[in-house]
Design a protein around this ligand. Structure first.
Ligand code: ZN
Length: 459
């Protein structure tokens, strides 16, 4: 009878996500290149995603698909031929998209191309230069301290920038009804764990769970390079966009911080309300932040020409944890419990979206007699609480085709899963039936109706 989110083996699921991250961690990814393809091929062992290739030079709105970047090796060697900075030991050592270079130079000249994290002497920063051709090395302060002014260094970046492709992964799980949910994560960072790999791991696991569950919506998973990937996808799929009902960008979902949900640009879209409801009901500390045009791919999905109902889920927001974009964002920083909790929240939110429908009370004149139907006091025995009976009463009262189950959950303060279970029982007793919602309270574009502010409304 219960519709609550199917449970899963927490330990196995956490292990699956951690082991996928361990496997992907050493790969040198960027916004294009073999590292992205290798990553996508590994994901294909878990979910049957399609790898799409968009050629260099293709115009995507105001942008152009860039040249493909690949790298084989890079180093800074001293006169003894010793590698003081070695790409093969840590791929963060090379500024992503560095142009090829092989020169001998002294520290004074080399310094213009070196980056460190000054306040963390052991950490190596992560830097990129995608759209301005240059080269550079990232190293720790301790490594920098070993370089001296008199030595001549052998500096090499063995990379290529050539006409090629931008690669991304797409996996569509078909549903039974029209409408899609878009789940998007970025795959363009090299050896960083929370920023990029955690989102990939949760998305893959979510896709596997959804693939084995009945579903009303279709789910489209995108594994794309940040910014240019979502711009490219949007520019090539404008015909699909109108079908997107809800969406989530997953980023930085594995650190031990509390969950942060960033609202869509619409602010009160169903995905926003569903996420906020799940977080409130969880009783866990969390943060809900307003949309801003900075962050990950929600910037593109929520640009005014699309304005999609897509929010972003993260734990500690980028830039608010010290390890962000440094070598300290490693596998130790990401916790299995945090990954599992992030996955659980996504599944609960999807449960809300899947079951949020409108009903009409078939016996609306006074309350129907619940006791006679075995619905009051006795139903479900000891597992049902006061919430259960209140859920029945709230649903009967508000099922006028203008209030969805999420409206009822929000207004009653009862968790959506209890409301959804109670609705199922009321349907079986022929006390309510599903109707096309009139969306009296919420327009399809997510904005609140003027009716909300009219006298008498206390929502
Ligand atoms: Zn990043």
């Amino acid at each position: 009878m219960l519709q609550a989110v199917q449970s899963f083996n927490v330990e196995d699921t956490g292990d699956n996500m951690r082991s996928l991250m361990r496997r992907l961690f050493p790969i040198c990814r960027s916004i294009t290149g073999e590292g992205v393809r290798e990553t996508l091929r590994i994901l294909q062992e878990h979910i049957p995603l399609e790898i799409r290739e968009v050629p260099t030079g293709v115009q995507v709105f105001d942008w152009t698909v860039p040249r493909e970047w690949n790298i084989r090796d890079a180093w800074i060697k001293n006169s003894e031929g010793e590698r003081l900075v070695d790409f093969r030991r840590l791929n963060l050592h090379v500024v992503s998209y560095s142009a090829p270079v092989h020169q001998r130079m002294r520290l004074a000249e080399l310094k213009e191309h070196l980056y460190t994290v000054p306040h963390q002497p052991d950490w190596v920063p992560y830097r990129t230069s995608y759209y301005k051709e240059s080269w550079g090395f990232c190293l720790s302060e301790n490594q920098l301290a070993q370089l001296n002014e008199t030595e001549e260094y052998d500096v090499c970046v063995d990379s290529s920038l050539t006409s090629g492709h931008l690669s991304y992964g797409e996996y569509l799980l078909k549903g039974t009804e029209p409408g899609e949910v878009l789940i998007s994560c970025h795959i363009c960072h090299p050896s960083l764990a929370n920023d990029n790999l955690s989102g990939i791991a949760v998305a893959v696991e979510l896709a596997r769970h959804l693939a084995s569950s009945p579903r009303r919506y279709s789910y489209r998973f995108l594994f794309i390079p940040g910014t240019i990937g979502s711009i490219t996808w949007l520019s090539q799929n404008e015909d699909i966009v109108s079908n997107i009902r809800h969406g989530l960008v997953l980023t930085c979902v594995g650190d031990p911080g509390n969950i942060t949900y960033k609202r869509s640009r619409r602010g009160e879209a169903e995905i926003d309300r569903a996420f906020v409801h799940v977080l409130k009901q969880s009783g866990q500390a969390h943060r809900v932040i307003e949309f801003s045009p900075y962050g990950y791919d929600e910037r593109q999905y929520c640009s005014p020409g699309f304005n999609l109902p897509i929010g972003a889920m993260m734990r500690s927001p980028h830039g608010e944890f010290a390890q962000y974009h440094t070598s300290a964002d490693n596998l130790d920083f990401v916790k299995a419990e945090a990954l599992v909790d992030s996955l659980s929240k996504c599944r609960e939110v999807i449960h809300v979206l899947e079951h949020n429908r409108f009903y009409i009370n078939l016996k609306p004149k006074c309350e129907p007699q619940l006791g006679r139907r075995g619905l009051y006091g006795a139903v479900g025995g000891s597992t049902h609480t006061k919430d259960w009976e209140m859920a029945l009463l709230w649903i009967l009262n508000l099922s006028d085709s203008r209030h969805s189950l999420l409206d009822i959950a929000e207004r009653s303060g009862i968790s959506f899963s209890v409301i959804a279970d109670a609705a199922k029982v009321l349907i079986s007793k022929e006390l309510i039936k599903e109707v096309q919602g009139k969306s009296g309270l919420f327009h399809p574009d997510g904005s609140r109706s003027a009716e909300v502010d009219s006298p008498g409304h206390t929502l």
